[in-house]
Design a protein around this ligand. Structure first.
Ligand SMILES: [Zn+2]
Ligand SMILES: [Zn+2]
Length: 206
């Protein structure tokens, strides 16, 4: 199946090709970096009630940005992860490693903004595991996705190896083909900025 991708305002549009539950891994990430990314964007509503982010890991070569690449921006909260978002309306797009690495972590918001977007579960199945649950903001509900199993870990390794083998590290819309430079210089979120974001949330809410 193909999944239509769109930021909230409609300026950045794209498509995820050949998506299916077995074409990647849908999971919920409760890590602090994902939570701070949501705070940085000013969209804490992209997190679930326990601070989790709904992510589908897929091959970057299957992601196509059709329009609005000029508005795509990047922020980094750690050395390895590039977090991409639509600067026009601050909709999260997804996370990548550096150029050439075949993995793209699509964030649900980019697949749910279109008015006719199908429920994600119908296309991707339910989230199959959770990561970094110790950073959840409240106790997880009984129906939260299970911890990652050894089988699922192997499944993910095989998927990524398969993407390498099939050359699905390209094309990568976020890095210049010739220079390998990110299309937008990453804003590195420092400790002070992060502390301010986190204290703002503590003052304002849960
Ligand atoms: Zn937008
Ligand atoms: Zn995370």
């Amino acid at each position: 199946m193909e999944l239509t991708l769109r930021c909230r305002c409609g300026h950045v549009r794209g498509v995820a090709h050949e998506v299916a539950p077995a074409a990647g891994l849908r999971f919920t990430c409760y890590c602090r970096d994902c939570q701070d990314f949501a705070r940085f964007l000013g969209h804490p509503d992209m997190l679930d009630a326990a601070g989790g982010t709904d992510i589908f890991q897929m091959a970057i070569g299957r992601l196509e940005i059709l329009s609005g690449l000029d508005a795509v921006r990047c922020v980094k909260l750690s050395a390895r992860v590039y977090r991409w978002y639509a600067g026009c309306c601050r909709t999260p797009i997804g996370n990548t490693a550096g150029p050439g690495f075949p993995l793209f972590a699509l964030i649900h918001s980019f697949a749910e903004a279109a008015p006719d977007a199908p429920p994600l579960g119908r296309v991707l199945g339910p989230p199959r595991c959770r990561l970094f649950a110790r950073s959840a903001t409240v106790e997880l509900p009984p129906d939260a996705p299970p911890p990652v199993s050894a089988g699922l870990f192997l499944y993910r390794l095989r998927r990524v190896a398969g993407w390498w083998a099939r050359g699905l590290g390209r094309p990568n819309p976020f890095f210049d083909d010739k220079t390998a430079a990110p299309i937008s210089p990453p804003h590195v979120l420092g400790a002070e900025e992060r502390a301010a974001l986190e204290s703002g949330i503590r003052r304002g809410g849960p």
